[in-house]
Write a protein that binds this ligand. Structure first.
Ligand code: ATP
Ligand code: MG
Length: 326
């Protein structure tokens, strides 16, 4: 059973993908927790398994995925939920804002139709259509979309990427979901729009007291919008703690390298500055996955996976060599 104060717990999650007759081991024993009303960041370079992790939370992994571990939503294991409970989770519990806003809405229905469907599951089915319609209009206005009446009549292709993402946010909020899984919101859009989307999410989260998992490549975005951060490398959380603490005293060599790559935390991408690349998931290193790129690696790192260790109160790291660990 999960801890009461955590709305979401991911424990020892592993996800592999079967492709032809090969298996790639992507997510490897990942743990993280989200408290009620907490904003938690998940940072890591492209391909480290962030989207895969969010999909596991909603139990929407593709068919070729094999997964192990537990995802607890309000103490209930998502893996053990029946169809009804899963529908409830996706419609009322947790909503995902997808990385690519064009894939999130159904192209053959108008925004209004999709909104009504979403709201019908949330409220008593007997609530009259006019009331729901008005709620949708209010939600669209709350995400600063001009002319919500027109948008309700539009098909997704008639909207820009930024508008589509706002529509998704409005739906998540109006449906009264408690957890927002935001997968690089705005990254597919230009920088000013991305900034507006992030500000919008931060404002709504504050107003509604939502819990958030904010996924991003950008350390700047994470620093601004989260209170707790998980640093992810090749399918594992290598360091976690209060955002300010991790940013001011990074412990894992990977986190240190990330911080060193960016002279100013302006939200630039990461990883270009770290020599090497993420491992081949078909044949990942047996010990620490960062080992082949790590300047501090020792013999033990090649052989064993480092355990999750509390290096300072509330500041966790998976590394044999980090300060505070030995
Ligand atoms: N359905 C799938 N079948 C096979 N491999 C997959 C599948 N989905 C994802 N992967 C692999 O899993 C790894 C992690 O992918 P994921 O999309 O979770 O990364 P990410 O951290 O979200 O990256 P990005 O920052 O680029 O969005 C990648 O190597 C990807 O190729
Ligand atoms: Mg992704």
């Amino acid at each position: 059973m999960g801890k009461e104060e955590n709305i979401l717990e991911v424990r020892n999650l592993s996800v592999s993908f079967k492709v032809m007759d090969q298996v790639s081991h992507v997510v490897d024993g990942l743990d993280f927790f989200v408290g009620r009303g907490q904003r938690v960041g998940l940072v890591g370079e492209s391909g480290c398994g962030k989207t895969t992790t969010l999909k596991a939370i909603l139990n929407v992994l593709p068919r070729n995925a094999i997964w192990e571990g537990d995802v607890l939503f309000e103490g209930k294991n998502v893996r053990e939920m029946g169809r009804e409970e899963l529908n409830h989770l996706r419609r009322k519990g947790a909503g995902m804002i997808f990385q690519d806003p064009s894939s999130a809405l159904n192209p053959v229905f108008t925004v209004g139709d999709q909104f009504l469907t979403a709201l019908r599951y949330t409220y008593d089915t007997k609530v009259n259509k006019k009331v729901l319609w008005q709620q949708a209009l209010d939600a669209l206005s709350s995400v600063s979309l001009p002319d919500p009446e027109r948008i309700m009549e539009n098909y997704p292709f008639q909207l820009s990427g930024g508008m589509r993402q706002r529509v998704c946010i409005a739906m998540t909020i109006a449906a009264g979901r408690q957890v927002l899984l935001a997968d690089e919101p705005g990254t597919a859009l230009d920088v000013t729009i991305q900034d507006q989307i992030l500000r919008l999410i931060n404002r709504l989260v504050e107003e509604k007291g939502l819990s958030v998992v904010m996924v991003s490549h950008s350390l700047g975005v994470i620093r601004e919008s989260t209170s707790y951060v998980n640093i992810m490398y090749a399918g594992t959380i290598v360091e976690s703690g209060v955002t300010d603490q991790v940013f001011s005293h990074p412990k894992h060599p990977y986190t240190k390298a990330l911080m060193a790559c960016i002279p100013k935390l302006t939200g630039a991408g990461i990883a270009e500055g770290i020599p090497g690349r993420i491992p081949d998931y078909l044949n990942p290193p047996a010990g620490c996955r960062f080992c082949p790129r790590c300047p501090m690696a020792e013999d033990i790192c090649r052989k064993q996976k480092p355990p999750r260790t509390e290096a300072e109160p509330g500041h966790w790291v998976r590394c044999f060599c980090a300060e505070g660990v030995r």
